[in-house]
Design a protein around this ligand. Structure first.
Ligand SMILES: NC(=O)C1=CN([C@@H]2O[C@H](COP(=O)(O)OP(=O)(O)OC[C@H]3O[C@@H](n4cnc5c(N)ncnc54)[C@H](OP(=O)(O)O)[C@@H]3O)[C@@H](O)[C@H]2O)C=CC1
Ligand SMILES: CC(C)(CO)C(=O)C(=O)O
Length: 339
């Protein structure tokens, strides 16, 4: 850290998460450097950042106050890196971080999936890799215009550097909770992310998709399967919201009128919000299906079992790239053998 009153933080991969979390920290006075690809760089250079959320945040950062880079600047010594690329870009980003940053620099992975920090550590063992978890949805509503559309609290593996930065995150309106072992939290988030492929296949915004009982039945079945796999592996997922993970499938299967009443907090989602996987499909980018459903299949296989639903929906999502049509909930239930 160059100046303890102004912690220096590098965002590696400035998209929805990097822009929102990094922008919030910059607005709270931290010294942020953003490494971004041309599409986002162009948007930020022209429009700066405009961050809003469902609790009334309205933060604007002019282009002139943003330190924007195409690559990690020579000689940078950040106190912390926020790794915010999609899972498929982790290895390449880790290589770039290792080439440019001093050994021992902490890197907090704010990515979905279970294995990104471990993958980073394999590629760049000289850096300190910390898993993190972003519970909420961040949508890009326009150039430089990012909106948090759901609630929750950031989480990360405990580390001295993060302990020192907790007040900065708090001041930025991005409360950060540290855990001695993040794995149960990551698995709980992965159970939520099993909705990403359902949402991508539905072609609907998250709220509308969750209000369709058929899609909820698909999600319930995927979660039930994953809970069985976790139990076989001796992993107990953390409880992230008011409902324990083991009770979630039953809640999802309820008729919509009852679900609406009992899951009001879960349904507090901006009307336009979609999953990050739906965004990838819309932009023709590779999805994180292997990092999400693949992690369930892999864990099942490591225990001598199988996860046919996670494997089946993986195949369907991979088909989306080649122009396969969006599926109604009835079609999806049938395609996965759930009717
Ligand atoms: N969006 C959301 O609501 C949430 C996302 N997450 C997770 O957070 C992570 C990031 O997601 P999100 O912000 O949506 O992703 P985005 O695609 O919006 O942002 C990632 C950005 O990183 C860029 N990038 C990739 N490699 C590099 C590199 N080597 N150097 C610089 N930039 C690079 C990408 O460019 P390009 O596209 O050109 O490769 C892209 O602009 C994912 O793991 C996601 O699952 C977690 C919770 C919520
Ligand atoms: C917040 C959530 C669960 C749903 O949007 C997500 O992680 C994603 O979109 O990848």
């Amino acid at each position: 850290m160059n100046d303890s009153s102004r912690p220096s933080i590098l965002v590696m991969g400035t998209g929805s998460v990097g822009g929102f979390v990094g922008g919030g920290l910059a607005a709270a006075g931290a010294d942020l450097s953003f490494v971004a690809r041309p599409r986002m760089l162009g948007a930020l250079r022209q429009h700066g950042l405009h961050l809003t959320d469902l609790d009334g945040r309205d933060t604007r950062l002019a282009p002139s106050v943003l330190q924007l880079h195409t690559h990690i600047p020579e000689g940078l010594q950040p106190a912390l890196v926020l790794l915010c690329v999609k899972s498929g870009a982790t290895a390449e980003a880790a290589g770039e971080l290792a080439r440019m940053l001093p050994a021992g620099t902490p890197v907090l992975s704010l990515q979905n999936g279970i294995g990104n920090a471990a993958l980073g550590a394999r590629v760049a063992p000289e850096l300190v890799w910390l898993p993190g978890m972003v519970p909420y949805n961040i949508a890009e509503l326009g150039p430089g215009r990012l909106h948090r559309g759901t609630a929750g609290q950031l989480a990360a593996q405990r580390h001295l550097v993060l302990e020192a930065l907790v007040p900065t995150f708090e001041q930025a309106g991005l409360p950060l909770r540290l855990h001695d072992d993040l794995a149960p939290v990551q698995w709980a988030k992965l159970l939520m992310n099993l909705n990403n492929p359902v949402n991508a296949l539905s072609g609907l915004p998250l709220r509308a998709q969750l209000l369709d009982r058929g899609y909820r039945r698909v999600l319930a079945a995927l979660q039930q399967e994953a809970l069985g796999v976790l139990a076989a592996a001796g992993i107990e997922p953390a409880q992230l919201g008011p409902v324990p993970p083991a009770r979630m499938p039953a809640l999802l299967r309820l008729p919509t009128a009852v679900f609406r009443l009992l899951a009001a907090r879960m349904l507090r989602i901006d009307d336009k919000a979609r999953s990050s996987m739906a965004d990838d499909v819309a932009l023709g980018k590779p999805t994180e299906i292997d990092a999400i459903c693949g992690a369930v299949v892999e864990l099942a296989q490591s225990k001598g079992g199988q996860a046919p639903l996670a494997a089946g929906i993986t195949t369907l999502v991979k088909g989306l790239g080649s122009g396969a049509p969006v599926q109604s909930s009835r079609e999806l239930l049938r395609a996965l053998g759930l009717t």
